[in-house]
Design a protein around this ligand. Structure first.
Ligand code: SF4
Length: 145
């Protein structure tokens, strides 16, 4: 009974206050600008408890922009491994989802899911901050279940 309550409290706090880490794995910076825009007071993603952190050890959700380049693949994996479980990955933009316009380039491996498991995909080139907020909120609502 107490264990059940404890698990409920942990899930509740996880949903109400997800801490995110932003990682550029080879983006043209378009997706990064929109991601940072979503974090500004104008779009105010903090109203959902989302807080940007600077360390993978403090983050629950990894926001990845850009197709994964050969140079970034190992680093992306290392950042992901440094996050504590349970952890979630959101691929932001067409490039992070599937390689997008970078698909087939000699230095590009493909989408983020070629390297680490992805929990949510947000398509667009680049996706608007509203789409990003929608994706994060949908991810959080799946955690409730
Ligand atoms: S999806 Fe578009 S904006 Fe985002 S990294 Fe790729 S090319 Fe740039």
């Amino acid at each position: 009974m107490i264990k059940n309550l404890k698990e409920k409290a942990v899930t509740w706090s996880r949903i109400k206050s997800p801490w995110v880490l932003h990682y550029n794995s080879g983006s043209c910076n378009g997706c990064d600008i929109e991601t940072l825009d979503a974090l500004t007071p104008r779009f105010d993603i903090e109203r959902f408890g989302v807080l940007l952190k600077g360390s993978p050890r403090h983050a629950d959700v990894l926001l990845v922009t850009g197709a994964v380049t050969k140079q970034q693949a190992k680093r992306l994996r290392r950042v992901y491994d440094q996050m504590a479980a349970p952890k979630f990955v959101v691929a932001i933009g067409a490039c992070a989802c599937s390689g997008g316009v970078m698909y087939g380039c000699y230095g590009v491996l493909g989408g983020v899911d070629k390297i680490i498991p992805v929990s949510a995909y947000i398509p667009g080139c680049p996706p608007r901050p509203e789409a990003l907020i929608d994706g994060v909120v949908k991810l959080l609502s799946t955690l409730k279940k």
